[in-house]
Design a protein around this ligand. Structure first.
Ligand code: C2E
Ligand code: MG
Ligand code: MG
Length: 619
């Protein structure tokens, strides 16, 4: 009679438990249901269910009949050959019956936990997953020295089966959660999880009025790592970067991978923008150390955008601002960070408009060329003319190439525009009444393009200009990537007779290696040094050194931006070959240059009027 009542009670318990598993109730709650149900069926026993983690640590899932201190005392305990009933059952993978806790050697180290609570005996059974791994234990504690009855054995058998289902279901759920919300490669929260957590934080999970910092971290030129070192190295790099980022985030903030090579760090206690900037600096410095992958050192730069906001701001708006700040950091040379400010947005909007205008300008050919004379300092003879691009914006007036060329490069249109400059410059130079050289500035992207050498040759040919009258100016920074394409192109052009100048020398890395590896004929000393002549001893020392270096390497020198007579005198006395600057003449329109060339007649000693003399200005 009792037995059949227990049977139906057990059946009933089983149904209720299965239902709650299907309903998706948390594992702890299901385990508690089981314990309470069983304790009702078998009065006098205390039932506990423990989980065993992958490292063999014990964690209480449910022990409703025991005080919390008991569970705390057990938490994290490692299973072993004599670790009470549960730890030993899990270790052995078979049930352990301890009928007298007071004397059984398995309880030697745990008697203090059990005896004061009047626990006299404990019978524990392992819970095994489908693959045989022990994932938990199911135990009965008795307040008398005894073992289990037959009925209890049957109940436990059933309950262990229920526990297997509950634990495996929970593991499957967390696996699915991990796959859906965590990035498989780095283990960081993915975009979805990031959005969920961030929304909770911004939605005021913290005190109202609290503020957050969101930091977007983007790897600079990650593609080239993949391309040059291979995807496996790229993957390892991402993983390591993630690890360092997580350590930067610490306990307070959290890091997530929100794109291929883009990460986010959200600090829910970002008191002010300065603390965001501090975090950004820390990240740049921590990621700046080389990574050792497959016995090679890999370095990667990062650009960072920071935004600070009060809780209550929408995630969408916050993310947009972080992106804008990141974009600003990227366009300001990478490897750096920017904090979002209203000015960031204005600048970005202006840049976007400028981009659209540029697109139209390229279609409508709104560009012109200006020409600036280059003088042989010793004789005042005009030796060359540098061609400088001008953009006459319909409403904003003349816009400097220093502003628009980087944008044209970013838009991928520098090839088209640069080709036009080259052809136009060659055509115009061929029409000059004097055989002076024409200097044309090149964007690094131009000569990295295959077929560039042929483009130059065809431009010369079409214009009928001898190769030695063309002087191509390449900025120093362009030579950093000493790739074979660049080197081959420059050597081929030089072999063909085209002259090569290194522009803005002294502002980049001034690598002596690049002077040796590329066939330059001329060094153009940047105007920042010329400006300091007579004022700054270091600058003059640098100019002297560059002139000496050029002479030893068989190159000529041109000083840029000469504005005063004293600069001119100093440079001439110190052996600089040529110069250009407002002192001799500003960049001028084509027609004005033509007139200037026609006004002067002697071929070898063309005197250009000095500043103050009536030299046509304009363009
Ligand atoms: P850059 O090649 O170093 O050109 C010299 C710049 O210095 C020009 O600025 C010129 O107007 C300016 N300049 C010359 N003398 C003086 C002076 O005495 N004082 C001062 N303050 N400035 C002087 P611009 O025309 O604004 O050009 C800026 C830069 O834009 C050029 O620097 C060059 O790197 C680039 N650029 C110009 N045209 C082209 C082009 O057709 N293609 C490419 N890729 N870049 C170009
Ligand atoms: Mg130049
Ligand atoms: Mg220059």
């Amino acid at each position: 009679m009792i037995e059949s009542g227990t049977n139906s009670g057990l059946q009933d318990l089983q149904n209720r438990i299965l239902e709650s598993i299907v309903r998706g109730e948390p594992l702890g709650k299901v385990a508690r249901h089981i314990c309470l149900g069983v304790e009702r069926l078998v009065p006098g026993v205390i039932c506990t269910i423990l989980a065993v983690d992958a490292k063999g640590g014990l964690h209480t899932l449910a022990a409703p009949g025991l005080p919390d201190q008991y569970s705390h005392g057990l938490e994290g305990q490692r299973i072993g050959p004599s670790v009470g009933s549960c730890g030993t059952a899990a270790w052995r993978g078979e049930p352990v019956e301890v009928t007298d806790i007071a004397t059984d050697p398995l309880w030697e180290n745990f008697r203090g936990l059990g005896l004061p609570r009047d626990l006299k005996a404990c019978w524990s059974s392992p819970i095994k997953a489908g693959d045989g791994r022990v994932v938990g234990t199911f135990a009965f504690y008795y307040r008398a020295q005894r073992g289990p009855s037959e009925l209890e054995r049957r109940i436990v058998e059933k309950c262990v089966g229920l526990c297997v289902i509950a634990i495996e279901h929970d593991a499957a759920q967390s696996r699915i959660h991990r796959l859906a919300y965590f990035d498989a490669l780095t283990g960081l929260p993915n975009r979805v999880e990031f959005a969920e957590r961030a929304t909770r934080i911004l939605g005021g999970e913290f005190a109202p009025g609290s503020a957050v910092n969101l930091v977007y971290v983007d790897l600079d030129d990650f593609k080239s790592i993949n391309d040059s070192l291979g995807h496996p190295v790229g993957d390892v790099l991402l993983e390591r970067v993630a690890r360092r980022l997580a350590s930067c985030a610490g306990e307070r903030a959290f890091a997530a991978r929100i794109g291929g090579d883009t990460f986010a760090v959200l600090d829910p206690h970002g008191a002010d923008p300065a603390s965001g900037a501090l975090l950004a600096q820390k990240i740049i410095s921590v990621l700046g150390d080389p990574f050792e992958i497959d016995a090679q050192k890999v370095t990667i730069g990062v650009s960072i955008g920071v935004v600070h906001a009060q809780a209550g701001t929408s995630l969408e708006q916050l993310a947009k601002r972080a992106e804008m700040a990141l974009f600003e950091a990227k366009s300001e040379g990478r490897g750096t960070w920017r904090v979002f400010s209203p000015a960031t947005e204005t600048a970005l909007r202006a840049r976007r408009t400028l981009k659209q205008d540029l697109r139209n300008a390229i279609d409508a050919r709104e560009f012109t060329l200006a020409y600036q004379p280059i003088i042989v300092l010793a004789t005042n003879a005009l030796s060359a003319v540098e061609v400088l691009m001008r953009w006459e914006h319909p409403s904003r007036g003349s816009i400097s190439p220093a502003v628009f060329i980087p944008i044209v490069e970013e838009m991928g249109l520098i090839g088209t525009l640069g080709d036009w400059v080259l052809r136009e410059a060659c055509r115009v130079a061929a029409s000059w009444p004097r055989e002076i050289k024409v200097g044309v500035n090149l964007s690094p992207l131009q000569f990295r393009k295959s077929g560039f050498v042929l483009d130059v040759i065809s431009a010369l040919h079409q214009a009928g200009l001898p190769a030695n009258r063309l002087e191509l100016e390449v900025t120093e920074s362009a030579l950093l990537a000493r790739d074979v394409t660049t080197r081959t192109a420059l050597h081929d052009l030089h072999d063909f007779g085209v002259r090569l100048s290194i522009d803005d020398f002294g502002t980049g890395y001034s690598s002596l290696q690049s002077l040796r590896s590329f066939p330059f004929d001329r060094i153009k000393i940047d105007m920042s040094f010329v400006r300091d002549i007579g004022m700054d001893a270091d600058s003059t020392a640098i100019i002297r050194a560059v002139i000496a270096l050029a002479r030893d390497l068989g190159m000529r020198t041109t000083a840029e931006g000469i504005e005063t007579e004293s600069q001119f005198d100093w440079l001439m006395r110190h052996g600089c070959d040529a110069g250009q600057g407002y002192y001799f003449g500003r960049p001028m329109r084509g027609a004005d240059l033509q007139a200037l060339l026609e006004r002067t007649d002697r071929d070898d000693e063309l005197i250009v009027p000095r500043a103050g003399d009536p030299l046509p200005s304009g363009a």
